[in-house]
Design a protein around this ligand. Sequence first.
Ligand SMILES: C[S@@+](CC[C@H](N)C(=O)[O-])C[C@H]1O[C@@H](n2cnc3c(N)ncnc32)[C@H](O)[C@@H]1O
Length: 271
Amino acid sequence: MIRLKDKEFSDIVQYMRDEYGINLEKKKVLIECRMSKILERYGLDSFAGYLDMVHQDRSGEMAGEMVNHLTTNYTYFYREADHFERLQDAILPELLGHSVSGTLDIWCAGCSTGEECYTLGMTLEEYKRIRNVTLRARILATDISGKVLDKARDGEYPVKELEGLPPEWRRKYCGDTSGRTFRVDEELKSCVRFQRRNLMEPMPASERFDIILCRNVMIYFDRISRNRLIKNLEDALKKGGYLLIGHAELLTIKETNLEPVYPAVYRKKKE
Ligand SMILES: C[S@@+](CC[C@H](N)C(=O)[O-])C[C@H]1O[C@@H](n2cnc3c(N)ncnc32)[C@H](O)[C@@H]1O
């Protein structure tokens, strides 16, 4: 294993915090263990050399790979189910009012391998069916890691992952499930646009959303980065729009226009 020197460790900690908001202050051993193999793959014998390469890589792919190895991409279908129920029972009716048709812009921020945005797609399909409304949803799903986005775009998952989904949804949206893997319904996939995006950077003003899901992402962030992220998310929300965060996450809403409405759900004030 390649040893991580103190100066290299503090450089990596600072880089990951400044660029991606991720706090690795207590993760020296984790960095050493998880990154050594990658360094070897690049033919490097020091972390300083690796960090130089990351700095020089303008595509951002190497940095994404580093984030990928130092955080978890853990996710699953229908995670934190009450959010999807709340969407159907309260949030979507509130946003759409009495109209029988509408368009919604939704952002899955930190989407990992796609289970979250596809669950969302299924939720919207069910809402349309049950309420008999025409709803056009434009879902943007973003992550810092190109690798997880490739998986998400592909939309193929082990059959074991179906366990969390209601049986009827499996039948409707998960194609042939008799093998070891299944593919998410093509129509569902066509509602989602995937993009590599760093959440520390503000969303361009041309993109504003009715609903943002940013769940189980800020758990790795320190207070300053979390506040930066919340500001970016708040700015990206339309007035009256909803922000859904992980149930284990804490949001400091002082100095924001966000108000808590349900557990782990906030709404941007209309005024
Ligand atoms: C644990 S997963 C959460 C996935 C999904 N939202 C869920 O709740 O199941 C966290 C994701 O956040 C992404 N992430 C971490 N820091 C990021 C950043 N600065 N910009 C964009 N994505 C980031 C990671 O790559 C990872 O895929």
